[in-house]
Ligand binder design. Sequence first.
Ligand code: ADP
Ligand code: MG
Length: 359
Amino acid sequence: MAKITLDNLAHSYLPNPAGEEDYALKALNHVWVDGEAYALLGASGCGKSTLLNIISGLLHPSQGRILFNDQDVTMAPTTQRNIAQVFQFPVVYDTMTVHDNLAFPLRNRGAEASYVRDRVQQIAAMIGMEEQLNRKARGLTADAKQKISLGRGMVREDVNALLFDEPLTVIDPHMKWELRTQLKSLHHEFGHTMIYVTHDQTEALTFADKVAVMYDGRVVQMGTPQELFETPEHTFVGYFIGSPGMNVLTAQVSGDSALIADVPVPLGRNYGTPDGKIELGVRPEFTSLTSAENGLPVTVKRVEDVGRHKIVRTDFQGTEINVIADESADISPDMNRVAFDLAGINVYSDSWRVAPKGA
Ligand code: ADP
Ligand code: MG
C-alpha cells in the first residue's frame, strides 16, 4: 500500500496548451494518505477519469510529478505501479470461467494454487457469484460481468492502491447498495488506499472517509462528508452536495450584516468588506419559514413531503429558496418570510468561501 503524492500535477489533451481553459486537469497538489478510502465526486466531464488514469499510469501528465510513497512514478508504466483499476464497463476474458477470471491476477503473479483457490472463493462470496464459478464468462449479463471485473480488482491483497472509475454504472440498484457495502468492508479489512470515482453524491458520501469534489478540472474541496456539508469551500460544493443543495443568493456584505436585494440579513460574524461577486450560501436545513416581520419576503410555490421531512420550495424575486421543515410542520399561508440560522450562513466571493474575521 502506498501514500500517493500529486506534485503540481496538471494535464492537457492538447499538444500546445495556452491558457488554463486548455487543461482538462488544472494544477493540483495533493497527498492521498496511505490506507484511506477516498471518493472523487463531480459532474460528467470535470476531469475525474483523467486524474484517475494519471494515477494508474494509463495517462502521462503534461505537467508535474506523481509519487508512490517517495518514489517518482510519473513516467512508470501501469504494470510497474502495482495497482488495481476497475472501469465503468466490464473487462473480462469471455472464454475463461468466472473462477479463472478471478484467479488471473493471482496466477499472473505466481501465487500458490491453494491460496488462489481460497481467495477466489472468498471474492466470489463477496460479489455473490459462488454458484457460477465454473461458468464461462461469455453469455453472462453485463451486470454479472461487471461483478467479475470488481472481483478481479479486489482479488490481490498486495496492491499499492485500488482505483474504481464509476464501477457500479451498469449494476442494478439493489446490487449497487450491496456491492458498495462490500467495498467498504473490504477497505476496513485490508486497509488499502482506495480512490472511488463517481458522479453520485450518495455513493461518494457512504463509501469514503474523505471526498474530493471536482469542478471544471479542479479539486475544489477535499473533506469529510461533514465538512462538505457545513462549510462548502465553493458554491458548487454547496449546490452539488445536499438534497436539495445549498441556497445561493446575491448579496452585499459589510462587517456582520448583509443586504439581499434591500433586505438586511444579520450574519453573526464579521466578514469585513469582501471584494468580487458576493453571495450568501445557506443550506435548506438552516433555512426556515416564518411569519415574523424580518426575513426575506417569499412566495411558497410547492411543499414536497419526502417522508422524514418536508421540502418547501419558495421564490424570492425570481430566485428559488428551499426550506427543509419538520415532517409535522404546518405550513400556513401567513408564513411568507424565510429566515436563516446564523450557524448555517456562509459568505462567498467569486464563488469561493470567505472566512469570517478572527475565525
Ligand atoms: P469525467 O471522468 O469527470 O467525466 P474526463 O476526465 O473523462 O471527465 O474528461 C475531462 C475533460 O477532458 C472533458 O472535457 C473531456 O471531453 C476531455 N477528454 C477526456 N479524454 C480525452 C481525450 N482522450 N482526448 C481529448 N479530450 C479528452
Ligand atoms: Mg469518467
